[in-house]
Structure formats: C-alpha cells, structure tokens
Design a protein around this ligand. Sequence first.
Ligand code: SF4
Ligand code: SF4
Length: 528
Amino acid sequence: MRKLMLSARSLGLILFVSAISIFTSMLFVGSYEVSSEDVKAALDDRSFELIGAELINEVGGQSFSNAFEFSEQVGVVLDKHNDKAKAAGEWDRVIWDKKHDFVAKLSAVGLDSSMRNSPGLWLFLTFGLGALGGLLFVLPGVVLLGPPGIKNDGIFHSAATNRGWIGWIVFGWLVSFYIVLYFFPDLTTNWAVITDPLSFAIKNKPGDRWFLYGLLYCTVMTVMAIRMFIKYRGNKYQILRTSSVLFFQIAFAFMIPELLSRFNMPAADFKNIWPLDYDFFFGWNLDTMLANGTFGIFMLFWGLILIIVVVPVMVYFFGKRWYCSWVCGCGGLAETLGDPYRQLSDKSLKAWKIERYLIHGVLVFAIIMTSATLYTWFSGDSEIAGIDTYNIQKTYGFLIGSVFSGVIGTGFYPVMGSRVWCRFGCPLAAYLGLVQRFKSRFRITTNGGQCISCGNCSTHCEMGIDVRAYAQRGQNIVRSSCVGCGVCASVCPRGVLKLENGPEVARIQDNPIIIGREGIQLSNNVTS
Ligand code: SF4
Ligand code: SF4
C-alpha cells in the first residue's frame, strides 16, 4: 500500500511539473496576424482614427511567431505615433493607454493558434493537469502520514522548504509570474484566451488576465486547502478556518464580482476593506458607485461601515484573526500555498523592528494618498502642495499595490516565509493590529509550567513571533502582528498555548513570571 501511495505521489509530481512547464511555455508560442478588421475591433473609435492606419500599414497582414515579437512591433508603432504627436504639441492626438494594455488589446484579436482554437484542451493541460497532479501528490498523505497528528518531518532537510535549490526555482517562477501578470499583460494573451469558455459561462465575456488570475488563485487555494485538511486533520480550528478562507475566496473574491460584471453592475469584493482595497476612494470608483443607484450607494456605505464599525468591533471581540486567518484572500493564499514555507519567517528582533517601521509606514502612505485623493475629488484641484494626486496614486499602486503585495508578497514565500505581505506590508493588517494590541479581548495564554522549550511554536509562527520566549515566561501573547492562525498551539506537544477571547482585565501582563520552582518577577524594563 505504501509503495502504491509513493508511486501516486511521483506520478502527481510529474503531472504537476508538466502542467507548469506547459503553462510557462505558452508565453513563448502562438502566431499573431492582425487584419484591418481586427484592428478596428480591438480599438475604440478615437484610437482607431488616430493610429488605425499606421498599425494596419506596419503590422497588418504580417505574421509574428510569438507574443514578444508581436508586442515589440506594436509598441514601436505606438511609440512612434505618440512621439510625433508630443513633438508637435498635439496633446489631444497622444494615445494615453499604457503601452502594455494597448498591445494586449491587439494581441487578443491577433492571436491565431491552437490556444485560441482549442482553449478547453489547453485549460485541461495546464489547470486540469496541475490540479490533478497536486491532488495526487497530497492525497496519499492520508495514508502515508499515518494516524492524525501534525507531521513536519524533514522540512529543514528538504530543498523545497529550506531555501534549497527547489525553493529558489519556485521563488524565481513566482516572481517572474507576478512581473508578467502586473507589468506585461500583452504577453499573457495565451493564458487569458484559454479561460474563454469558463469566462463566457460565468460572466458572458471573454477571459482576461484578472479572470485568469482569479481562477488560478482559487484552483491553487483549493488544492492546497485539501493538503491542509489532511495535514491538520483532527484539529477542528485549522479545518474550520481553512474552509472559511477558501469559501470567502471562491464566493466573495471570485464568483460574486464576476457575476456582477455579467449583469453589468460594478464588480465588488464585499470583503475587501480599505486600505487593503486602496482604490476604494479613487475618484473613478466613487463616481461609479454614485452612478449605480441603490446598489452603488449600498456599496459605498458597506465599504465605510467595514472600515469604521466592523473592523474595530470584530477585532475587539475576536482579534485580527477574524479577518487575517478566516476571511482575507491574501491571508488565505498564505495559509494554503504558503503553509510549507511558514517556518522560514525571520524571528529576530531586527526583523521585528523592520516590520514595525515598514507596515506602519505603508499605512501612513495609504492615509496620505487617500487624503490627497479625496481632496482632489471634493475640490476638483488635481494638485495638493504642488504634487499631482494622480502621481501619488500611481506611485502607491506601483510600489505597494503591485510590487509589494504581489511580486514580493507572494513571490518571496519560498525564501522569507508565507506572510511576507501580511507581516511587512499590508496597511489593513497594521490597522487591525493597532486595535488588537490596544483594545481587544484576544490573547494567546501560555501555561508556562508545561513548556519544555522545544521551540516548535516559534519555528512554525509565520509572523516571526518568538512564541517560546513568551511561553517560557508564562506571559500572554498580545502582539499586534499575531494573525491568530493557531498553528503555534496546534504544533505544541504540551498544550501550553491557547487562543482566547476573554476579559480585558490582566490581558496584558507587564510583570510576567519566569516559571520554575521559585518564580522570578521580571521588572517592567525587561518586558516592555
Ligand atoms: S503567534 Fe501563533 S497564532 Fe499568532 S501568528 Fe504566530 S503561529 Fe499564528
Ligand atoms: S511548542 Fe509548546 S512546549 Fe514547545 S516551546 Fe512552544 S510552548 Fe513550549
């Protein structure tokens, strides 16, 4: 039986690697040929009037053997047009579309390949085989792991989970994926078109890179959530919160927004809260909500209620875990895809210091950016203190919204642990954390007398909290960064740790006791 299970795992690995290889190689294949009808179909009337003839002249009817060649050529035509218009001071003739977005529109109509003709087959070869391979790899764990009990055997000896060569390959792949997704959408045409059948079924529109990303996110989370169910079977808290994040991701972050778009309503993820949802107060979003009658007004009020009422009240009663470990999509990915890497988070005091500066710095940046945005929206003045509001938004979107949350936030899992974004960058986590630290009933209590200082808790804390140090002193853990994942308590062999919501009295212990035959009272200076 064991042999059979091991063979199933090997087969799963082969299928998974094949799917990833096919998915990656799709970037480099496909033939592109744009007819004049295609150009007209892809561009709006104004753009077609401005650049249609040039495009048809330069790329019309020609064949390009891959996305890179095609994208470069279209980009050259667009740049040439814009440079000419700018040099002549004809600003109304400049096409302000981002170059990549502009190319992406043409790529979508110009693609002529088997991806376009047989999207279902390619969807199976990538998503299907990947999910099947992943499941074949994780399901035998039920048998191989033996009776319930969390096993982390060998994580520091595996090249995949100890920053070995496999970890670095995964790191390179994830970072490259996010760079392509965010900054080179024109190259993702092949990935997007294979989602067309599903996209039409759900939202009655062709697939695009964000539909692709949502589908990928849900697929990866589902497979890795099944792994969590197996690994943490017997632990009700872990099973429930994993089911919860999976549900919120699939229903709230993916299906509901896509269905709203099907009925031509503004797409909204009703669990996304400012400042994580950093463009909530952007002018275009406020205008869209106000232009959509009762539904739009409801969206606006719901967003405000989440920020002003739901966050403080829920954190007061349950700590930030209600969001970070039960609802949030970023947390959901970290808790599923990131689980094999949680032990890589830095536990040093230096990392803690950097974390506090960085995460609160991002929160301040978000508040400044949003204040400038609202000032512009109310006053109509596009500048504040001589700085263009649009540039502040653009800088935030690039640095925090794309590079930090995506490229670094997820790409760095295999080298920095699973909660890089949540720990160092998420402004909502900073807000939730401030409430949790100063006004909450949540704490992790420590029955220090039972602690054998094995360090399992600290090792597996994804937020880099040295849990053992608290346990050894019998001190409650009330750290603002704790996301209440509960894994420290789950892996503790002595039942020392307990996540609790209790009275605020004595929640913060300023004078903890060193446990031993003769308890030693530590001074405030040592523990503050
Ligand atoms: S202290 Fe425990 S519950 Fe909090 S983040 Fe770390 S492992 Fe999770
Ligand atoms: S896992 Fe439990 S026994 Fe081990 S150091 Fe942490 S609190 Fe102590």
